[in-house]
Ligand binder design. Sequence first.
Ligand SMILES: Cc1cc2nc3c(=O)[nH]c(=O)nc-3n(C[C@H](O)[C@H](O)[C@H](O)COP(=O)(O)OP(=O)(O)OC[C@H]3O[C@@H](n4cnc5c(N)ncnc54)[C@H](O)[C@@H]3O)c2cc1C
Length: 733
Amino acid sequence: MGRHSYDLGIGLSPDHAALADSVQAFATKIIDHDHVRAVVEQPREDKFPFYWDALVGQGLLGLHVPEDKGGDGAGVLTAAVALEALARTIAPGPYVPTVLASAALSAADAAPFPISDLIGGRAVGAVAMTAPLPAREVADGWQISGVCDGVLGAEHADVLIVPIDTGTDDAAWAAITPDQVTITAQDSIDVLRGAARVELVDAVIGADAVLSGLSRRRLRSIATVILGAEAVGIISWCVGTAADYATTRVQFGRPIGQFQGVKHKCARMGIALEKARAVLWDAAGALDRDDETADYAAAIAAAIVPDIAVQVAQDCIQVHGGIGFTWEHDAHLYYRRALSIRAQFPSREERLTTVADHAVAGDLLPTDLELPAEADAIRTEIRAALEPIADLGEDDQLIALGDGGWVQPHLPTPYGRSASPLEQVIIADELAAAKIQLPQLLMGGWAVQAVVAHGTDEQKRDLAVPTLRGDLVWCQLFSEPGAGSDLASITTKAERVDGGWRVNGQKIWTTVAQFADWAMLIARTDPTVPKHDGITYFVLDMSTPGITVRPLREMTGSALFNEVFLDDVFVPDSAVVGEVNDGWNVARTTLAGERVALSQKMEAYATDRDLLTFVTGRDLSPLATATVGELIAESRAIDVIGARVVLKQLSGSDVSTTSSVGKLLGMGLGQSISEFIVAELGVAGAVSVAGQPSDKAMDQLISGRATTIYGGTTEVQLNVIGERMLGLPRDAA
Ligand SMILES: Cc1cc2nc3c(=O)[nH]c(=O)nc-3n(C[C@H](O)[C@H](O)[C@H](O)COP(=O)(O)OP(=O)(O)OC[C@H]3O[C@@H](n4cnc5c(N)ncnc54)[C@H](O)[C@@H]3O)c2cc1C
């Protein structure tokens, strides 16, 4: 499988990418397929799998263990990066359980078992992720009885960490040696990694066997990241394998990836991968920093990652058809591993409820980006430059913001400030801190990008500057009755006349056309060439004779978009932006790519804040609580994807994949939140009821339907993600 943009893994730093590459190279060489297949057919698992010495030699068992405890001190996030890469080879044996055991021991105040034996590969560890076993206090320790099923790697474990119920969270886990328990191997759905029943009958452990300083929740969080990283590796294998197959398998004379049933399935698998990676990265970073809310971040990862792994593994089998159902194909090995990982987590309802409980309790996850050291000096400079602007009156402030390049700082000076991604992030922060409101350019934002990137000096002077001051309102005359998603099929034509062009045609869905001073217009200037090559981009003065604007009533009841009729409208040559017949490129290649995509939540559409306001103080059924958890987790995933896009931009890497995924998910979230609120309101979701948020909920629900249509429908976005992210074949059209 070649390297695709989606191969870039959980970690974002160059060090992480290098580590992922080297582990992947190591794993592909050492954990070869024939060996793995031989293990599949083996009746019983060996204690140390065939690659164990090489793994130890690479230092992969101690990446996450702090240096003062004998490890590399690289943290859980780094370990997660390695785990993801290794998991793609579906490594057999107790690698992951051993990493989990050493992570648990090193997170406790003192380790009752030598961590160095686990890091050095001399011992194997296991952690039981089951309900706690009742523990009774006895002289100098605890007496424990009970059964833990499905403990990964337990059969050969030299140390077992089991959950105990002592009535206090300070004593939630105990390290036990195999001589204190009965271990019975169990048939596992995962044929490459053993699991066993661990039974304790009045086993007595000393007080020093209890992992002090390690709460029940914290070890669960650590396990979420370690098992979750393995799950992300599984997901990424499934996405890559399905996409490769969809590209090469031909049916009905076409690669199956051209069929949207398959293309969209693969695209959704890719989206799920990005989502899983984002929340896993978020949780691992939070644990490494020991954030106060680290367990909340891990709860979100637990709510998302295990189920995605199972779903994506199922989809991978489906995309393969009959071959996917065979024992010979590896797809089932990944499916089995995904199922065994999910079984280590509490029920889905419990995981979602945990997320909802955190959110309703008012826990807030951090949104700050970790900026590089040079940020401080830049911040001081920007703060000083904004200070005098903050004191100006409204009109003077707009002029100062426009002329100072603050409105679209990524644009080259003098229109912007030629701001680097880092400067853009800091400018946004400082504008907010100084409570300075930028003018809402709406469509003007796009117009300025095109004019500055492709326009003449006069266009820049006459149009870009006043737009940035907030003096001009723009509309976008792109869509036509016969050309929506297939925008390049526009038929509005511009014919050469003396000194310019005569335009005839009809546009539709044109937002704010009735108020606009200027329009971006695309029209066909050469009907004889392929459709993308005969389009020209114009700027059009909306007071030009021949333009008729007819407002259209939207389903909201208001009339923001319009039909626009263009009858013999004269447009001078000076209004052409870029080259004649190069309008498609002008429309596509504005300077938007330079812009840092800082997330903006719009009042018209429901957000996580609306959801929390709604549920606070309200009695919810268990099903509704779980749905709240699901929506909150989704919302966090989208925010984290947004943060990852910005961080990738700061490091100069390609963001196209991650940002289109974030956009697609964001489009649907507001709709889902509104739908939940309205459904919960019952009658008050359909009629105004005093004391209930009926009106706002109904308005947001109705307005929200637009978000999956404008700017590229969901279906078209899925085509784009399938084709650009996964390399699936384009539609024949
Ligand atoms: C609120 C709002 C404001 C808008 N503002 C503007 C504006 O200011 N200026 C402007 O120019 N336009 C504007 N639009 C138009 C918008 O860009 C188009 O509505 C959009 O691109 C879809 O085109 P369409 O409406 O013709 O639908 P169609 O393209 O006809 O799509 C109909 C359905 O078919 C599906 N479909 C189409 N092609 C494919 C395909 N290849 N694969 C799978 N499914 C497909 C779509 O997903 C959709 O479900 C606005 C739209 C809305 C809702």
